[in-house]
Structure formats: structure tokens, C-alpha cells
Design a protein around this ligand. Structure first.
Ligand SMILES: Cc1cc2nc3c(=O)[nH]c(=O)nc-3n(C[C@H](O)[C@H](O)[C@H](O)COP(=O)(O)OP(=O)(O)OC[C@H]3O[C@@H](n4cnc5c(N)ncnc54)[C@H](O)[C@@H]3O)c2cc1C
Ligand code: FES
Ligand code: FES
Length: 469
């Protein structure tokens, strides 16, 4: 990784001061799941200063007020998918969050990072725009609020100035009668970005006719927007397959109007039409059945913020002194600011059990537990583990006795070349710590961020199930 200067702040005011001072030279770091990859891929030094906001408690939480819900930017995707307020007033947002990446990515990636990164495939953006969300941008000059749909200039570019911090995302609660859906098309179920997606909201009146319709496709238009032409076709009509199919066709036509016919149109045109129809059908069937709570299992529960002593440096520094507990042992370390947790474990501490595979969050070989949650250590900046607890595969065996999961992996021949095994074991441990009796689906979900190039999944799933008995 390129050399960086690092500074951690605890308040919005401190963050705004750093941004005012360094402007275009500074980059905000939240979960780091986009930023660390951007760093690795860029051949030049990206920014002089990395401003770590992950310790700012003012930027965490989901708050209900009269008629609206405010989501603070450090809310992770895992937080979103489990939050009752989201299930009650913005169900489609929880559904979208649950489809992001893998358990490791959802536990670390934040909604603020997803919005500000502004990738065309960002999964939380279509639901938030359908909900009518606005964002609050704050700087030392003051604060301003704008509609989320107006924030974006083009993929990866927003209207936020370099000295502005996203501090809140607010949207009106969905009406009790409104039903919503989010559908995403990817190449596989986990670790797959959206090729196309659709967020839809439908409200059917007492007369059985559609009173409110909102459709926001993802990765379809140059930036996100409601497709009012298709929404208008639905209003006042009775829900039905033909109507929904016509609305889907209309969205496809609008897509072609906006982007012209391209090599991908032959594929995208029918697919976006079908996705829109399916999303509307899902809303309509929920309207008929009433809402049932969505439960996403197979992931560890949120364990509140770790008690942590903040880094004391008040100016950016290229070397950080951190105190962290690894496998139960406290370490005081001086490390380069651009060191990842993976580098720290392998290169500084000689803990070679944690493997280095892709370094872009896709293989899970580097999975360790950070305050009990599975994370890709290649995507965690080491200064961010100051004051926190890390457990690696070396920490599983106790008093010379293998962990039941390790015994079970041996019994079931669940390790072939063994490269994925440490990461698999850590994801499995996170699952069993939270849910000692998981179902097979829960086991498969929990290891969906871990790839086995020997494809020994069957034995791995069986070994985890056996350890749980
Ligand atoms: C393997 C993998 C799979 C993924 N799968 C998906 C997927 O399925 N769907 C999806 O949508 N995304 C996916 N992502 C992308 C990523 O995880 C999300 O975009 C995530 O929400 C980013 O949040 P973060 O906290 O990690 O952001 P960071 O990487 O910390 O920051 C991202 C950007 O936002 C800026 N930023 C962050 N917070 C603020 C703030 N408060 N104010 C101003 N600027 C800010 C940063 O400066 C940076 O430019 C995936 C990533 C990986 C590595
Ligand atoms: S996910 Fe970290 S090395 Fe592959
Ligand atoms: S056992 Fe070889 S990668 Fe999984």
C-alpha cells in the first residue's frame, strides 16, 4: 500500500476541522471496504491524509423521530438488516443491505461509505431514493441538506465538496399500508455486485387501486432516479401482472432513451423489465398477505461498540502507536499508518495462520474476528484495531487442546490443501458463538464470504454442523 498520513477523530467538529485544513488532500475512512481497494489499485498516492471517522460515536445509530427515520453514516449493512426500525419503516433497505457482499463486508461496510462512494451498483442507494431520503453534509462552513437523488453527478462523483462530511441520511417513514421490495441481479448469491437492481414501493388503497408507486432501478441510468413515466401508469389502476409487465417495459424504454442502444442492451432491456415486474409483484403480494417480519439469520449479532481508548495523535502521522489485544495477549506496537491488519498479523507478529489470498475482500482467507465479528483483515487498516480485540486461528486451540471446530474439520476431512481453512474456521466460530445450533442454510450463509478453491464445501458444512452438535 502507498504511504499515508493517518489521523483518527472522535467528533464531527474534529473531522470538519481536519477536512477544512487538508481539503482535497484528505480522504475520509469509514469501514474501508471501498477505500482500501482503491488505494491498492491506484498507482499514485491517493491522498496525503486519511481521516478515520470510525471512532466518532455521533456518526453511529438509527434514530426515530416524528414521521421520519435518521440513519447515521457509520451504520453498517449488518446493523441495517437487523434494525427493527428499518424492518418496520423501510423494509426494502434492510433487504438490500442483506444482499451486500458477504458477512465480513456487511459487518464493516457502512451506509455512508456506500452512498459517498457513489458506485453505480451501490445497493443501498435505490431503496434510499425510493424512500425519498435526504442527506446532511457538514463542514466548518456550516451544514446543508439535499435530496439524495440530487447528490450524484455521475458514477463515483458526488456534489459534496472535499471539506464536507456526510453526517446523516433521513427519510419519511413508509405509510403502514405501503409495501416495498428490492431485487438484485448478480452472478451469484454472495460476493456479487448488482448487474441490475430494482427498488419498488407500492401502496394499494381501500378501493383496491394503486394509490402510490415508486420505482428506482439500480445500475440502469447514468445516475439514480425514480422512473415517473412508469409510476404514472400504475396510479389509479388495479394491481395485476399485465400492468406490472407494462410498467417494466416502460422502464426498459426509458433506459434506452437515456443511454442509447449499446452492446449490453439486448440483455438489459428484457431483464430490467422482468425485474421491475417481479419487484412490483412482490410488493402486491405483500399487500395482500400483510407484512411478516424478515429474519436474516446465519450472521453474528451486533455486539455494541467496543470500549476503546482513542488514538491520541492530533495531527496526521505516518507511524501509529497502538495497543491491541490479539488472542488474549495485549500488544503495544508502533506500525506504519498504511499497514493493514493482515500485514500486522503476518509481517509484524509472525502469525502466519491467517492467509493472504486476494487482498480485495473476495476470498475470505484472511478472516479473523474483530471484537467477535468476522472481518477481512486485508480490508482493515491496522490503526483501526487500536483498543480492540482480535482473534486469529492461532487463538482457537486452548491449553494445547484443539477447538471443537478444528477437531471436527479433522474428523470430516474438511481441509484439502488447507489454504481456506483458517478463514473458514473463523467464520464458523463467529457463527457458533452467536448461534450454537445453526441450520444448514445458516452455516452456508455464514461461510458465504469464504471461498474454497478445492471446492470442499460439503465436508466443511458437515464439519461445522457436527461441531455444533
Ligand atoms: C468483496 C466486496 C463485495 C462488495 N459487495 C457489495 C455489494 O454487493 N453491494 C454494494 O453496494 N457494495 C458492495 N461493496 C462495496 C462496499 O462494501 C460498500 O460500498 C460499503 O458500504 C462502503 O462502506 P465503507 O464504510 O467500507 O466505505 P469506505 O471504504 O470507508 O469509504 C468509501 C468512500 O466513501 C467516503 N466516505 C465514507 N464515509 C463518509 C462520510 N461520512 N462522509 C464523506 N465521505 C465518506 C470515503 O472517503 C470513500 O471515498 C463490496 C465491497 C467488497 C470489497
Ligand atoms: S479476502 Fe482478504 S485476502 Fe482475500
Ligand atoms: S481446502 Fe483448499 S482452498 Fe479450501
Amino acid at each position: 500500500m502507498k504511504p499515508i498520513e493517518y489521523i483518527a477523530v472522535e467528533t464531527i467538529a474534529e473531522a470538519c476541522n481536519v477536512l477544512a485544513e487538508y481539503g482535497a488532500d484528505a480522504r475520509v475512512l469509514a469501514g474501508g471496504t471501498d477505500l482500501l481497494i482503491e488505494w491498492r489499485r491506484s498507482s499514485t498516492k491517493l491522498s496525503k491524509v486519511v481521516l478515520d471517522i470510525s471512532r466518532a460515536s455521533e456518526l453511529r445509530g438509527i434514530i426515530e423521530s416524528d414521521g421520519s427515520v435518521t440513519i447515521r453514516p457509520l451504520t453498517t449493512h449488518s446493523n441495517l438488516m437487523r434494525a427493527e426500525l428499518v424492518q418496520k419503516f423501510a423494509r426494502l433497505l434492510g433487504t438490500a443491505a442483506a444482499m451486500i457482499g458477504s458477512p465480513q463486508i456487511r459487518g464493516r461496510g457502512t451506509v455512508g461509505g456506500n452512498v459517498m462512494n457513489a458506485a453505480a451498483c451501490a445497493d443501498t442507494v435505490p431503496p434510499l431514493i425510493a424512500l425519498g431520503a435526504s442527506v446532511r453534509l457538514q463542514s466548518r462552513r456550516g451544514a446543508r441538506e439535499l435530496e439524495l437523488a440530487d447528490l450524484f453527478l455521475k458514477p463515483y462523483e458526488t456534489k459534496a465538496s472535499r471539506d464536507e462530511l456526510l453526517t446523516a441520511i433521513r427519510f419519511p417513514k413508509l405509510a403502514p399500508g405501503a409495501r416495498s421490495a428490492f431485487i438484485k441481479l448478480g452472478r451469484r448469491n454472495a460476493l456479487s455486485i448488482s448487474r441490475l437492481s430494482v427498488a419498488a414501493i407500492l401502496e394499494v388503497g381501500k378501493d383496491g387501486r394503486i394509490a402510490e408507486a415508486r420505482i428506482v432501478p439500480g445500475a440502469t441510468f447514468p445516475t439514480w432516479k425514480r422512473v415517473t413515466e412508469a409510476e404514472g401508469m400504475l396510479l389509479g389502476e388495479k394491481p395485476g401482472q399485465k400492468l406490472f409487465a407494462a410498467a417494466g417495459k416502460r422502464v426498459a424504454e426509458e433506459m434506452i432513451k437515456a443511454s442509447g442502444r449499446r452492446w449490453s442492451t439486448e440483455y438489459k432491456e428484457p431483464v430490467i423489465a422482468v425485474l421491475v415486474r417481479r419487484a412490483l409483484e412482490a410488493c402486491a403480494s405483500r399487500a395482500r398477505q400483510g407484512v411478516s417480519p424478515v429474519r436474516f439469520k446465519g450472521e453474528v449479532a451486533t455486539r455494541g461498540d467496543a470500549e476503546c481508548v482513542a488514538l491520541r495523535s492530533r495531527t496526521p502521522t505516518s507511524e501509529c502507536r497502538i495497543t491491541t489485544t490479539i488472542n488474549g495477549r495485549s500488544h503495544n506496537l508502533t506500525i506504519p499508518a498504511n499497514c493493514t491488519l493482515l500485514d500486522l498479523l503476518r509481517d509484524h507478529l509472525g502469525l502466519l495462520g491467517t492467509k493472504c489470498g486476494c487482498e480485495i475482500g473476495e476470498c475470505g482467507a484472511c478472516t479473523v474476528l474483530l471484537d467477535g465479528e468476522p472481518v477481512n483483515s486485508c480490508l482493515v487498516l491496522a490503526p483501526q484495531v487500536h483498543g480492540r480485540k482480535v482473534v486469529t486461528v492461532e487463538g482457537l486451540a486452548q491449553d494445547g487442546k484443539l477447538h471443537p471446530l478444528q477437531e471436527s474439520f479433522l474428523d470430516r476431512d474438511a481441509a484439502h490443501c488447507g489454504f481456506c481453512t483458517p478463514g473458514m474456521l473463523m467464520s464458523a466460530k463467529a457463527l457458533l458463538d452467536w448461534n450454537p445450533r445453526p441450520t444448514e442454510t445458516e452455516i452456508r450463509t455464514a461461510i458465504s464470504g469464504n471461498l474454497c478453491r478445492c471446492t470442499g464445501y460439503q465436508q466443511i458444512v458437515q464439519a461445522i454442523a457436527k461441531a455444533a452438535q
